[in-house]
Design a protein around this ligand. Sequence first.
Ligand code: C2O
Ligand code: CU
Ligand code: CU
Length: 460
Amino acid sequence: MNRREFLLSSATAAGALGMGGYGVAASHVKELILQPASFALRGGQITNGMVSLSPDAPPPVLYGQQGKVMRLPVRNTLPDYTAMHWHGLRIPNAMDGVPYLTQMPMGENELFTYEFTPPDAGTYWYHPHCMTMEQMAHGLTGVMVIAEPENPGFDSEQVINLRDFRLDDDGSFLPAFTQRGAARSGTFGNVHTVNWLQNPTYDHAAGGLVRLRVVNTDTTRTYKLHLSASDARIIAWDGHPIEGEVPLPAQETPLMVGPGQRVDIAVAMPTDEGQTFDLIVKLPGQPHRAMVRLRAIGQSQARNLRELRPLPTNPVAKPDLANAELHEFVFGWTPEGGIPDNGFCGTLGYNFWSINRKPWPGDAAQDVGPLATLKMGKTYVLRLRNESPNTHPIHLHGLAFKPIRSNQRKLPPLMTDTMLLLKDEVVEIALVADNPGDWAFHCHVIEHQKTGLTGFIRVI
Ligand code: C2O
Ligand code: CU
Ligand code: CU
């Protein structure tokens, strides 16, 4: 697909979906082409050396439907290796996009056609799983929306892809990682964007019901968020509808959304034309900052959140806790030395982290075994222990899990694929091992993933 065809198909799809943005229905996708891009991330300054699926636009929101097949041919035109991963989707292992584990990395001009049927509706995302630091930090992190068979009653929706970029004063990229950052909480970006824009404003019908799909695709930052809207409710977390009430974020108790995590918020637009509300983020040592503004336009319909039908639950198997088997995982630093981690294709050149005190020894190594082998259909409790003072968003591919207890806090009733582990926290998660294959299991702070905090779990 060339640039014009891409724009045409995305315009049609975005129009049809009432997106007013940069969405494309997966059924319209002829090819997703990884390519170099340029974009004005800050002011009028063009940043070159970005990576996207078009030469001058962010990776599009890909729309699919629950239970409907999606066919996504991905072509790599970069001089580096790559592979595309569909974060959070419970799809066959061979389509998971993890180099050496589920497929060979794709070289320049190679094509790999991903084809799968998403079993779950919700908010997901996609990113390369090879040369991850280079390609993600330079822009290639896109949102994926899997729609329920029926709209539960929203008038519109708004995708909010949160990303920081690390730029110099002239708009050029600063190094995406630092040894100092990799050994601590990661290296943070300094230009904060939503859908690659700084402080965008989006218009939605006055009084209408909007579904916000907030996605943290950053390589490092855990966003602390709150909303200045008066009528809003969290309806889903990491794709899956929540089973109970989760308190709405407020200024004093912001919502922590770690790298890889998503939160869906239902919100009623203000009823007067021109009225606004903001999604606000608290950055360390800075005043609260509005990341994105929603503005009411047109005649008010004054709808109420109670008019929404509950989201249908996704078909995730319920853990049988009485017959569960326990596995323990310790996340922490690694002893000095060893081979630098080759964390699934691409290395940073050093090792700081480990799972069960062993750093990931490199995907090309012949003898790398799974961290655990789980039996199909059985329930497992995984005890995740953070031995370090840094937070780690621990992500498991291919399976959804239920956090059941923490030694530090009351956990909300969720199903998820990415668990944010706080300093010294121990969290137990429960799952039914019902998707066979080798599933990557790693921290989603990419500098941690790439310096040892990676492994995989086998389901047979
Ligand atoms: Cu979002 Cu292993 O990835
Ligand atoms: Cu993933
Ligand atoms: Cu980490």
